[in-house]
Design a protein around this ligand. Structure first.
Ligand code: FAD
Length: 433
């Protein structure tokens, strides 16, 4: 039953689908509008890898990069609160969920009262008494955490920081259901300890380059600098994809592994208006991100991750520079949903970054700045607001040979690396080998 597959989009979702489909015996062509593969990952800071990211680990395993990534040291999760207090969430080398439960018991970022409320909630949830409310996907995480006894200072100083890191939006914007499921998956499930790894190797070296090499060896065809402009349909199937140069590609199966906003412009209007599957995409939206990458003439011994309360940036990562020389380091500063920051000049943004950096990583002498890059993404990632979950599409569309992938589709995860990889894998599984 193997056949030809055209994948639109050479981001990590499209590449993962290509890898699996090739293994299933299909002939695969990837259409990518940019000059390189990798999509949004090319501008992203090092991702945060947890044990629960099983699709990511399985992809790294198939590329022969799992062992080298797992050997990296655990990165402590540190909170810098607005009072100036620095608090670490202790990583206890115990199986989940024991490590999280004991870590919570001794975590100084929450008051005794907040910890007691949290642990008693976890205990009740465990015993399903009462069951979790079934409207959680329509409720706001901030309001729901208040309803289980979390104080305002706990929500601001801890839960808001975690919501931004894990879901890319602030607590008052986030769906309680997605927040709860993400926390449970990341910190309360899995047989192994919840080790947190922030790979400082460079996404290209441990993921994109080996993946591209494997796909090249397998004979997957890449059409770079090539934009898909229109999908053609007959009654129940896609019958071709038109490219910007007016040529048409024909295949047995088609996968759109594109950002959400790029899917509907490829569809005829009658398809968008007739099918609820495509109509609901217009109810989703994306939030902005500002990322700054500083290259500093100052050594860093190990990778650090700091979540900041009430600063311009919401989390910062500092790691040794493995590519330049041992005396240098790289700092990433990430601000989510900060539209005012988007409008500022690069110089102003870098000044603000240096200010937050000196709070997050205090040093005896001021590090010398070698280079600074500012990345603005006005529509970076799916906003995980209440009601979003119901509008995220599954991979199988109403058309027999057309599938949809991408971090924003319904994978159960927030729109991140794990979600993108899982979506590519699921699309490939939906196509018969
Ligand atoms: C600044 C930033 C920081 C991030 N940080 C993190 C993080 O720390 N951890 C984490 O897990 N995730 C992070 N993410 C999210 C992560 O990068 C994405 O979830 C993931 O890369 C999405 O992959 P994708 O394949 O779904 O989409 P994309 O990477 O967007 O791939 C889609 C591809 O389609 C191509 N394309 C679009 N239109 C067309 C067309 N008409 N024809 C042909 N090709 C087309 C695009 O050029 C692109 O290459 C970040 C994202 C951004 C933007």
């Amino acid at each position: 039953m193997s056949g030809t597959v055209v994948i639109l989009g050479g981001g990590i979702a499209g590449l993962t689908a290509a890898l699996h489909l090739h293994a299933g015996g299909h002939t695969v062509t990837v259409i990518e509008q940019a000059a390189n593969i990798g999509g949004r990952l090319c501008h992203a800071p090092p991702p945060i890898l947890l044990e629960a990211h099983t699709a990511t680990w399985s992809l790294l395993h198939s590329l022969g990069k799992e062992a080298i990534t797992r050997r990296l040291r655990h990165t402590p999760l540190e909170f810098l609160q607005s009072t100036g207090a620095r608090i670490q969430f202790l990583h206890l080398p115990l199986p989940s969920p024991l490590n999280t439960l004991l870590g919570t018991t001794v975590f100084q970022g929450l008051s005794m009262r907040d910890r007691w409320h949290l642990l008693s909630f976890l205990e009740r949830t465990w015993e399903q008494d009462p069951p979790l409310p079934n409207d959680l996907d329509l409720r706001v995480a901030d309001e729901w955490l208040a309803s289980i006894g979390q104080s305002e200072s706990a929500r601001r100083g801890v839960w808001n920081c975690l919501a931004r890191l894990l879901l890319g939006a602030a607590l008052p914007q986030v769906s309680a259901g997605l927040f709860m499921r993400t926390l449970r998956r990341c910190f309360l499930t899995g047989a192994r300890a919840t080790k947190l790894i922030v790979p400082s190797l460079g996404i290209d070296s441990f993921l994109l380059a080996p993946l591209k090499a494997q796909l090249d060896t397998a004979g997957v065809t890449f059409k770079l600098n090539t934009t898909a402009t229109q999908l053609h349909f007959d009654r129940d199937r896609v019958v071709g994809v038109e490219l910007a140069d007016r040529t048409r590609l024909i295949a047995d199966w088609y996968i759109a592994a594109l950002p959400r906003r790029q899917v509907t412009p490829l569809l005829p209007e009658r398809v968008v208006t007739h099918y609820a599957y495509f109509q609901q995409l217009s109810r989703l939206s994306e939030s902005p991100l500002v990322i700054v990458r500083l290259h500093l003439d100052h050594p860093a011994e190990q990778t650090q991750l700091v979540l900041l309360e009430r600063r311009t940036f919401h989390w910062m990562i500092r790691h040794p520079d493995r590519e330049l020389h041992e005396q240098a380091s790289v700092v990433w500063a990430i601000a989510v949903e900060a539209p005012d920051l988007l409008a500022q000049t690069n110089e102003a943004i870098v000044r603000l970054t240096l200010d937050d950096m000196s709070a997050a990583f205090p040093t005896a002498s001021t590090p010398r700045l070698i280079t600074a890059d500012v990345i603005r993404q006005p529509q970076a990632c799916l906003t995980p607001k209440p009601g979003t979950q119901q509008c995220r599409p599954l991979p199988i569309s109403p058309f027999l040979n057309f599938f949809v992938a991408g971090d924003w589709t319904d994978t159960g995860w927030p729109a991140n690396l794990e979600s993108a990889i899982l979506s590519g894998q699921r699309c490939a599984e939906a196509i018969p080998a």
